[in-house]
Design a protein around this ligand. Structure first.
Ligand SMILES: [Cu+2]
Length: 183
């Protein structure tokens, strides 16, 4: 009885030690630990700088702080797209929405939504916008839905607003600004 109890105790404590180590290795392996920040610079269709973003890795996901200027006033769709390439003038090089979980597009779609989907943003009459968005579906690290997968990712502003329903991208119109994440 006493032996058996001691054995169990030893087994349990070695398990605790093992999982403790794995946890620490996980943390140390992260390229972008909690608090790490990565910049992104927006350009418009003619390649002119038109804003900046700062992405911060948090305990629960990624916080994105955005500053835009010289854009058409009104509502605009804002997404993370799947490739870190912003080739002017149409930014088609950025590919579709960032969607590692193979979902449908849109907050109002039954099978939705893409990890790269965000609510529409408002550009004021001055042509500027300043906002922050947060997503628990994004990470800067390589292990869980990385924004830095082999081909990177980009932030994209569209000419129109996202209707949160149409496939594959909410009927949001052309791409008017694009920022490669991490460059
Ligand atoms: Cu988009």
């Amino acid at each position: 009885m006493g032996t058996r109890f001691a054995f169990t105790l030893a087994a349990v404590s070695s398990l605790l030690v093992l999982s403790g180590c794995a946890y620490m290795e996980d943390r140390e392996d992260q390229d972008y630990p909690v608090g790490a920040r990565v910049p992104a610079e927006f350009i418009n269709a003619s390649g002119t700088p038109t804003g900046t973003a700062l992405l911060t890795q948090t305990e629960h996901g990624v916080l994105i702080d955005v500053e835009l200027r010289d854009l058409e006033p009104g509502w605009h769709a804002f997404h993370v797209h799947e490739r870190g390439e912003c080739d002017t003038p149409d930014f088609e090089s950025a590919g579709g929405h960032y969607n590692p979980d193979d979902k449908e597009h849109g907050f109002e779609a039954r099978g939705g939504y893409h990890a790269g989907d965000f609510p529409n943003i408002m550009i004021t009459d001055s042509g500027a916008a300043r906002f922050q968005v947060f997503s628990k579906h994004l990470s800067l690290n390589e292990r869980d839905n990385p924004l830095f997968d082999s081909d990177g990712s980009a932030l994209v502003v569209h000419s129109g607003q996202d209707n949160y329903r149409s496939q594959p991208s909410g009927n949001a119109g052309e791409r008017v600004a694009c920022a490669v994440i991490g460059r």
